[in-house]
Design a protein around this ligand. Sequence first.
Ligand code: NI
Ligand code: MN
Length: 213
Amino acid sequence: MKITFHGHACILIEGSRKVIFDPFLNGNPSAVIKADDLSAIDYILVTHDHMDHLGDSEIISKKTGATVVAIHELSVVFQEKGLKSEGMNIGGTIELPGIKVHMVNAVHSGGATGLILELDGKMLYHSGDTALFSDMELYGEFFSIDMAFLPIGDRYTMGPASAARAVELLRVPKVVPIHHSTFPLLTGRPEDFRKLVKTAEVIVLSPGQSCEL
Ligand code: NI
Ligand code: MN
């Protein structure tokens, strides 16, 4: 499958289904595409109700008919707007055509969650905005995560050092740093993260760049 970073926390996964995490594009100074450039999205996975994650979910869902997966309260808001949305909560798993989604904890404000996507036999963990927390070790043991998307920008989330520790706890072989370089306040640098990670391949993507999994 093809993984494309679209800046900040936005990741597009293209396999047998097209899934986008946290589609913050139109107001995102680092994004090289706009929400309207996306087509044929099947699912939008939103980690939490902060604008830099919720982003253009409504625009994209209206345009493509994509189902938005989010925590219960946020899902109700989407449904009231007439969008297709599946609500869930931390600890739960839902199965939708072609995918499974596990919602896990995140230590942050705004009803934040982490999301683990199963697609085409692979497991991808988008932690959303979070601090380092010890249950990541449990997630590493319980799930077989193939790739993780972890924030390293610091100030509002983990920085490079705590994110490098998270990589160890999660026992994940490949990691893409996110939530960095978008705004001047996000000072965590991918090169520092790369130096600190000893247990996984660090794949640094610029906005618009892709890798294969
Ligand atoms: Ni946030
Ligand atoms: Mn954020």
